[in-house]
Design a protein around this ligand. Sequence first.
Ligand code: MOS
Length: 778
Amino acid sequence: MNMNPQFSETNPKEGVVGQPLDRIDGRAKVTGQATYSAEYNQLPNLTHAVLKTSDIAKGRVQRIDISTAAKQPGVLAIFTHENLPKLAKLPNTPEDKKALNAPMGYMPMTSDQIFYAGQPVAVVVADTLENAQYAASLIRVNSKAEVPVAAYHDPKATLYVPESVQGRLDGVTRRNDAQAAFQRAPVQLTATYSHATIHHNMMEPGATTAHWEAPDRLTIYDTTQGISETQKTVSQMLGLSVEQVRVVTKYLGGGFGSKAWVWPHTVLAALAAKAVKRPVKLVLTRPQQFTSMGYREEQQQVLRLGATQSGKLTSLIHEKTSTTSPWDDYAETNSRIIGMLYELPAYESTYRMARANVMTPTSTRAPGDMPGSFAIECSMDDLAAHLNIDPIQVRLINYAEKDSSTGHPWSSKSLKECYTRGAELFGWSKRNPKAGETRQGRMLVGMGMATASYPVHNSQGNARVRLYADGRAVVQSGATDLGTGTYTIITQVAADSLGLPAEKVRFELGDSTLPSTAWSGGSTAAGRVSSSVYLAAQDIWQKLIKIAVADRKSPLYQANPTDVVMEKGRLQLKADPGKGESFGELMKRASLGDIEGSALGRYGSSYEAPQTTANADPKEKEHASGHSMHAFGAHFCEVHVDPELGTVRVSRWVSVMAAGRILNPKTARSQVMGGSIFGIGAALMEQTKQDPNLARYTNASLADYHIPVNADIPNMVVDFIEEHDPYVNAMGVKGIGEISIVGVTAAVANAVFHATGKRLRSLPMTPSKVLEALREPV
Ligand code: MOS
């Protein structure tokens, strides 16, 4: 195998990588200098687009009257299904969907059909936002409504087992005979878990500013996690070449998976801008956000667990039932984590879904692993309670020394260390082994924990580094920073890789004119971009070493290139560090003002790694190195449950993560806190409610959709187990964005069980559900 040198083998011990550097984009953000996709207001003759959406969830538009609206001042154009310019390609068939990488399902306004409430039926373009909004309010839509299907549990819904889930997983997977193993198991536990619909609700809504700079040249400032992917999808849909579309995303106000794909509003903005021959800005309203960019689907899981009397798993049988849209077999792939988290001889997993009149669900922070961990980690807690074994101990009894789902060894795994460190930081030893027996005043107090894990997905991407003789560098990669710290961590890596102070490095991202790289999704960006930047710097050193050993005036003249190393910006002999020179001296003598390096960074440090989609599933796309690659961690939670009010308060929190090299402990800590808070929200309050008859969301605003606020969250303790993983990528980075939410809902539910002796398996655990559980006889 052609292994790259790892960062740690070629770099100085001291440097900025691993230091808690402040965000370098922090100042621009707090002073308003950072330009988000809806803030390109200096574009000449900028216009504003507003969506008019459908009130009904199923039916047809019979008549749409735009006559009054069109006469309003400032109105430039109104588009409906009757006059929307034709698109070159639509994502309306499974094949086209795949080619377009667009899970939007159906492109609105390409027919009179209505598939979901909130589906755009008209786009109004006007000179001001207010004029566009007012005109949109005057559009009269006469529709023929049909009775919609609301969700999988709607009596009108038809359940089916899909052939595949998102074209990635089989509808049914089997490993040995899990049914027989379950029947034989001395301990049999069966439980049903349910999750409400959850929306990403990032602060920055979806927004697109579309600007045709020439009749065949489009620039879109778009809220996307994937610059290259958006460029590809939009160009194909508009019938342009990839080069004719430029995508710019300098800053994002959160994504969490909602901005991982191209959604209809982006295409509508581009079409409208072309038609009115002026730049168009389209920003989704908060209610529109609930029906425009996907969400985490409502779902139910049944998990049957077979084990020995000593607590060893013998079988797991998992069934998931969920809601999907009229066109897509979309379900989060919960089965992945359930089948790999512990040593497991027999496993079976089945997906059932129902088509309902809703927008397509989509990737939402740790898709699949987040809800999957709720089922497996609550069931493991049940097993521990059933057998009177400590919850950590039951996990150690089932500790997987290799990946049961593939049989492969781990590239690295420090989960035991996470348990130990977490237990220590949390004070787990003080936990009363009996549930429902710890009180503080009238509060019931409980302690729970859960395991976290997230895969290191395959992905690849390019970076370019230009080093100047005067000691500056410009680093480029067409990635996006979701707001999580990409600007900062890549600057750190570039600085150390080039032997420069961080202030001398400028990192440019967020533009499709930069070297193309895969999306910032699936927790891949930190590992991929850092590795490609590091390898691009190596490319520069190789070029400079070549020049040095051929230069009579260089102290390294005629040295063997493999004997020369770079140390803090100096080229020197490995065996005789005194012999060498700075890159500046060498470049000056060679009359080189600057020098460029580039590299393709790939997950799996093998260059033979297969080219796969960014979100490839380990089951079907094995890493070439033959290792299973995952980050692991553990969450610990203490709750106070009020037995009279049914409220649950998280009073203490500890997360310990082992995710390879931590590039910046400050931004990493923020990621883990953010993921944990997101998970606490899902555990205790987040739910998108739907009217079962109309299939419309009833709380589509931040006033009615509850997310945790500061008062809901205690001081959080976050720690890391540093790992040196030689396989994942050249930087040894596994990614931390998604693992941080995995296991969180289970840790909270396990703490509630420990506090009350009652198991709540329906999320969110609202006060009414808690009171109901407390009333049940033991
Ligand atoms: Mo992530 S949910 O892959 O953006």
